[in-house]
Design a protein around this ligand. Structure first.
Ligand code: G3H
Ligand code: ZN
Length: 281
């Protein structure tokens, strides 16, 4: 069923697990997410970047996401990931997204606060939850890119939360968007310290390539939403390449996409276990 972002994150906060959030752009990767979640009896967040919306079309993604969620046996929230432009938030609300992220993390503190406040004021009237981001996460995801990471300061997070009243907060603690170039290091103490000061769902971005035990440790430290994108894309690509190499004469896309969907579902199941969200639906 399609549920609000608030509902899934409230439960995760209370029961100390994380809701895995997976990006989708097409039917096959959406089916892989939903099948994996149903098999594991896990709530899940399906999310779209502005880039995905530009690629597939707003109405089309709305139909796909809402239709799949309404038919699913587990709670599913439809989330706008890294929304930077107010027009996307407004249209997402109108088309039935149940959760929004406003990412003004590239702006200075005061500007970030003001932009987040504007979205919170609109979204809260309609009981839609808002995720904001403070600090800078390195790497690249669609329109969002940074060569450097700026970790979130504990006292800044407190001030930011008090001034914006956001529902959840993405923090920079060492992860990076996209494929990792070096060793993954997460500042678990920082997660714990922020959580101690503001007891709201904290969000981990750039989680592909992070070993599962580290995801588990981040969840124990206070993370309640974990975003995964690149690993699904890589699993899809690997399965597709393998199939085409082994079956050069097959041109039926259904045959090509089937192993891709299975490979993405396996990743989904692995991440659900790491987030400890299995059997929480
Ligand atoms: O917002 C989405 C995530 O942060 C995805 O990051 O591609 O590194 O998994 P990832
Ligand atoms: Zn992200």
């Amino acid at each position: 069923m399609l549920v609000s972002g608030k509902e899934v994150l409230r439960d995760a906060l209370e029961k100390k697990y994380a809701v895995p959030a997976f990006n989708f752009t097409n039917m096959e990767n959406l089916q892989a997410i939903i099948d994996g979640a149903e098999e594991m009896n896990s709530p899940v967040i399906i999310q779209t970047t502005q880039g995905a919306i530009r690629y597939a079309g707003f109405e089309y993604l709305a139909d796909l996401g809402k239709g799949a969620a309404q038919r699913a046996k587990v709670p599913i929230a439809l989330h706008l990931d890294h929304g930077t432009d107010l027009e996307y938030h407004l249209k997402a609300i109108r088309l039935g997204w149940t959760s929004l992220m406003i990412d003004a993390s590239k702006c200075d503190f005061e500007t970030n606060v003001n932009i987040v406040r504007q979205v919170v004021e609109i979204a809260h009237v309609l009981d839609i939850s808002v995720e904001a981001e403070l600090g800078v996460i390195a790497g690249k995801e669609d329109d969002i890119e940074s060569d450097v990471a700026i970790y979130t300061e504990v006292q800044d997070a407190v001030k930011f939360y008090n001034e914006t009243n956001c529902d959840s907060l993405a923090i920079a603690v060492g992860t990076a968007h996209g494929v990792y170039k070096g060793e993954v290091k997460i500042d678990f103490d920082r997660i714990r310290e922020i959580k101690q000061e503001i007891n709201i769902p904290l969000v981990l971005h750039g989680s592909s390539g992070v070993p599962e035990y580290m995801i588990g440790k981040a969840v124990e430290s206070g993370i309640n939403k974990v975003n995964f994108d690149t690993e699904l894309k890589l699993a899809n690509l690997k399965a597709m390449t393998k199939f085409i190499e082994e079956n050069p004469n097959v041109y039926d896309v259904r045959k090509i996409f089937k192993p891709c969907r299975n490979a993405m579902k396996e990743v989904v199941i692995k991440k659900i276990k790491a987030c400890k969200s299995d059997n929480k639906s």
